[in-house]
Design a protein around this ligand. Structure first.
Ligand SMILES: [Zn+2]
Length: 257
């Protein structure tokens, strides 16, 4: 069985080669590398050129937690220059949970401006977007929708169900990480969303705490763990679920696989 990891951060260069080798051995055929800032976007671009299996596809973006004012314009410029190498714009979005953002209207406004600039690029380039949304679920959805995006995935969606309903009614997707093992919010969202509008991922290198004693730092191979948990939660045959989830990813990112 092969799987695609639809969301990983491989800019931690010390770990990336070992993680990618393990992923290839486990049966991961492709990874979507999501950029969070200028340095990460550049590292991913280099990795994608070097690495054959798993194949690395590129999403370029500025994460709402990584907005550094002098870097915004150069990063947007980098994305423009490398448009033809990208399959998506991401990881982009809004996150009002960060302590320095929570109480600052100025910082919220800045997140919205940077998100809007990247939605405009995605629209211009006809690319899908990978959305990070936390503590601003409705605001973030409204911005994506108002931008006229036809392809968006709300990654690791753990927000309210009324927003999820609107996400799904708009034809957008959601994705599950290994946190599906323990997160009631993510479980609720994944039970609610049809498999046809779902993708699976790892958000490598996040550390997942499965219990008091057991935790692991994710690599792309752990997309198989996400599949296990997802198939159980949905009472689906694993192979059949994998076929649908892979097809969703290929279609969403328009991958030449
Ligand atoms: Zn991420």
């Amino acid at each position: 069985m092969t799987l695609l990891d639809t969301h990983a951060h491989l800019d931690h260069t010390d770990d990336a080669p070992a993680q990618l080798r393990e992923a290839a051995e486990a049966g991961v055929c492709a990874v979507i590398a999501a950029g969070v800032d200028l340095a990460a976007n550049k590292i991913h671009l280099k990795l994608a050129k070097e690495w054959k299996m798993p194949k690395i596809f590129l999403a370029f973006g500025i994460h709402p937690g990584n907005i550094i004012t002098p870097q915004i314009e150069p990063t947007l410029q980098f994305i423009r220059e490398h448009r033809s190498e990208a399959v998506a714009i991401g990881e982009i979005g809004l996150d009002y949970w960060y302590p320095m953002v929570k109480k600052s209207d100025e910082r919220k406004k800045q997140q919205c401006e940077v998100l809007q600039a990247q939605l405009d690029l995605a629209k211009e380039f006809d690319l899908p977007v990978i959305i990070h949304s936390r503590g601003a679920w409705r605001e973030c959805f409204d911005m994506v929708k108002a931008s006229g995006m036809t392809r968006a995935v709300f990654h690791w969606y753990s927000g309210p169900l009324d927003v999820l309903q609107d996400i799904l009614a708009s034809g957008y997707l959601v994705s599950a990480t290994p946190a599906l093992f323990y997160s009631p919010q993510l479980q609720e969202a994944m039970k609610f969303a049809p498999i046809e509008q779902t993708m699976i991922e790892t958000d490598t290198p996040v550390v997942y705490r499965l219990s008091e004693e057991k935790s692991f730092k994710a690599g792309p191979k752990d997309v198989f763990f996400t599949l296990d948990v997802y198939a159980k939660l949905k009472s689906l045959d694993k192979k059949k679920a994998a076929d649908v989830l892979n097809a969703n990813a290929k279609k969403f990112f328009n991958l030449p696989l």
